[in-house]
Design a protein around this ligand. Structure first.
Ligand SMILES: NC(=O)c1ccc[n+]([C@@H]2O[C@H](COP(=O)([O-])OP(=O)(O)OC[C@H]3O[C@@H](n4cnc5c(N)ncnc54)[C@H](O)[C@@H]3O)[C@@H](O)[C@H]2O)c1
Length: 254
């Protein structure tokens, strides 16, 4: 897909990896709508990027349908969607005191990461289906965000791992579902990245947390996620898989 003249919906675009992707997309001639929590920096970011801000909560599934509709109306059409809204909870299956992982915490993390991502995808895909295909038949590209914890979750990450493994798991099937309309679906699985809360981790702790990486032994930077997201957008053969962006890191059990 060609960025010049394309429009993107950036869910979680007020900060971190999705913000860096929005910045690169605009630099290269695209237009963006930032969808993020009301309390986020979304309004200021959208103003700086000459885009639009739509406050939302991805867990409000019905409202997301309306919000995405408004974003598409403001942009005129949508060809690209990047979604990073998500997060985890630190709880073991059985805690040291013998108490069970509360089911509602497990459910909430599945809802926030997996159900919300699928909801965004199905709504955005329904809009992309109306696009005129480009000369190679493409109508759009969607990127979801997993984590390397989808494959080697650490102790206390059971809900997060299940949710992110679900995102990785649905990628190929959704790409197959949407292949007939020329919409590609990819997932990026980052290792630790310096965003939001992790951006404040001191360098000694960063070295400790990334000691299992091959190279570089450091947290990723938001622009390194953006580089990958943009490459996916531009490469017609990138479809149906989950790409690790992790410096060769494999999480140990703790
Ligand atoms: N940073 C890391 O180390 C790391 C590693 C692996 C995976 N991830 C995944 O990356 C994503 C977080 O992205 P980031 O690291 O750039 O963090 P970030 O905090 O900088 O950005 C996330 C954005 O998502 C928004 N958001 C959160 N919950 C939302 C909701 N319910 N509705 C709408 N918007 C919401 C936040 O306001 C924020 O602007 C998560 O899915 C996380 O699981 C992060």
């Amino acid at each position: 897909m060609e960025i010049q003249g394309s429009n993107a919906i950036m869910v979680g675009g007020a900060s971190g990896m999705c913000l860096a992707t929005a910045e690169k997309f605009v630099e290269r001639g695209g237009k963006v709508a930032i969808l993020d929590l009301e309390k986020s920096d979304g309004a200021a970011v959208a103003e700086r990027l000459g885009g639009h801000f739509f406050p939302c909560n991805v867990m409000d599934y019905a409202a997301m349908e309306a919000v995405i509709g408004e974003a598409v109306a403001a942009l005129g059409s949508v060809q690209f969607c990047v979604n990073t809204a998500g997060g985890g909870v630190a709880k073991r299956t059985i805690a040291k005191d013998g108490s069970m992982h509360p089911l509602e915490d497990f459910q909430r993390i599945i809802d926030l990461n997996l159900i919300a991502s699928f909801n965004v995808n199905r709504v955005v895909a329904s809009h992309m289906a109306k696009n005129e295909p480009n000369e190679v038949g493409e109508r759009g590209v969607m990127i979801n965000t997993a984590s390397i914890a989808a494959f080697e979750g650490q102790i206390g990450q059971v809900a997060y791992t299940a949710a992110k493994a679900g995102i990785a798991g649905m990628t190929l099937t959704m790409a197959r579902d949407l292949g007939t309309i020329g919409v590609r679906v990819m997932t990026i699985a980052p290792s630790l990245f310096a965003t939001g809360l992790t951006a404040g981790i001191p360098s000694e702790a960063e070295l400790q947390l990334t000691k299992d990486a091959a190279f570089p032994k450091r947290m990723g930077r938001p622009h390194e996620f953006a580089t990958m997201a943009i490459a996916i957008y531009e490469s017609p053969m990138m479809n149906g898989s989950t790409l690790r962006v992790d410096g060769g890191q494999r999480f140990a059990p703790r």
